[in-house]
Design a protein around this ligand. Structure first.
Ligand code: PHE
Length: 352
């Protein structure tokens, strides 16, 4: 019996040191020290059969000692496994807070946003207040009240996203002229940057683009005010040495109408594919607000006159920064959205 006891104890100790993890260790504990039927603890049951009391006591002590020793070995092995697991996880999660962080790939403001802010800033210097209007607009405001009644050729429905018989996505920012007159009356000076929509999609057209509208109404406003303000704007935005020219034009809502052109930024006027060999790039449409449009906005054309202009912001940004493809403005490519300080053109300043 003694020999058996020792060999079982030796086997138990060996199993303890071989147990790779806590689950295996628990199995060893149950197998040898299980209450009643453990391979080691069950030796206690045999004690009663030993007739000699001294022998029984000695044997009992030995069983207890071995149970104790295997129990201690189990506890020690458990602590070792736990220590190991902790050391391993610490190593795996090691975090060196002194290491330099990898460089951040930061996005930047889009050239469209930068250009809109710069336009607002320049017109702010001339006393223009930036205002807003709805992108879902009534047909009446977008067309009829700016002298394009139903049937007017400039309404070409091919170009317009209609929502229902009355509403559409505004095709220009000019409806805000009417809204602003109805809200602010005269005199007023407002600038309206915003999204506009046309059913166009190719290399130089997007179905959504941005325009900026300006409206200046007061007593005695003349074409000279229009030209002075817009030349000041163009030289501030495109550079003091920009070469500009005015051309007569036609819009239903201005009379007379003028178009401002910029000497081609690529060939400087000698003619190239960008300016279609004309030497000039169309920049914006403008004119003196038509008396009927003033009347539609509740402004008395006998007393007041005004000028207005409308310009594509994408186009202005492309011309200012030499951006060759409009789609670059919408791709969110961080290689394109370079740091503001690296942009060679209008500087980014805080918006009004
Ligand atoms: N609304 C015109 C356009 O989209 C631009 C414009 C605005 C022209 C104001 C004259 C006056 O082309």
């Amino acid at each position: 019996m003694t020999a058996d006891l020792h060999s079982v104890a030796a086997e138990a100790l060996e199993a303890v040191s071989a147990a790779p993890d806590l689950a295996a260790l628990e199995a060893v504990r149950t197998r040898y020290l299980g209450r009643g039927d453990g391979e080691l603890t069950s030796f206690r049951r045999g004690l009663g059969k030993i007739p000699d009391p001294d022998g029984r006591r000695q044997m009992g002590q030995m069983v207890n000692e071995l149970v104790q020793r295997v129990g201690d070995a189990l506890d020690e092995r458990q602590r070792a496994i736990e220590r190991n697991a902790r050391a391993q996880s610490l190593e795996m999660e090691a975090l060196d807070l002194t290491r330099p962080a990898p460089p951040l790939r930061r996005g930047r403001l889009s050239p469209v946003t930068l250009a809109a802010r710069e336009i607002r800033r320049i017109f702010g210097l001339l006393g223009f207040e930036a205002v807003d209007g709805p992108e879902v607009e009534y047909d009446r405001y977008n067309f009829t009240l700016v002298n394009q009644p139903p049937g007017h050729p400039a309404r070409d429905s091919q170009d317009t996203f209609y929502i229902d018989d009355w509403r559409l996505l505004r095709t220009h920012t000019s409806p805000v002229q009417i809204r602003s007159m109805l809200i602010r009356g005269a005199p007023q000076r407002v600038i309206v940057p915003g999204k506009t929509y046309r059913r166009d999609h190719d290399a130089t057209h997007m179905p959504m683009f941005h325009q900026v509208e300006a409206l200046c109404i007061d007593e005695g406003i003349a074409v000279s005010d229009l030209k002075g303000s817009l030349e000041f704007f163009a030289r501030s935005f495109f550079g003091a040495s920009s070469v500009l020219q005015w051309r007569p034009h036609h819009f239903p809502f201005t009379e007379p109408s003028l178009e401002l052109e910029l000497a081609c930024v690529v060939c400087h006027g000698s003619g190239c594919s960008v300016c279609k060999y004309s030497g000039w790039l169309e920049l914006l449409g403008s004119g003196m607000v038509h008396p009927q449009v003033l009347r539609n906005g509740g402004v008395d054309p006998e007393r007041y006159s005004g000028f207005a202009f409308g310009m594509g912001i994408e186009r202005a940004a492309m011309l200012a920064w030499g951006i060759p493809d409009m789609r670059l403005l919408y791709d969110n490519d961080v290689r394109f959205l370079v740091p503001e300080t690296a942009i060679d053109g209008p500087s980014e300043r805080s918006a009004p």
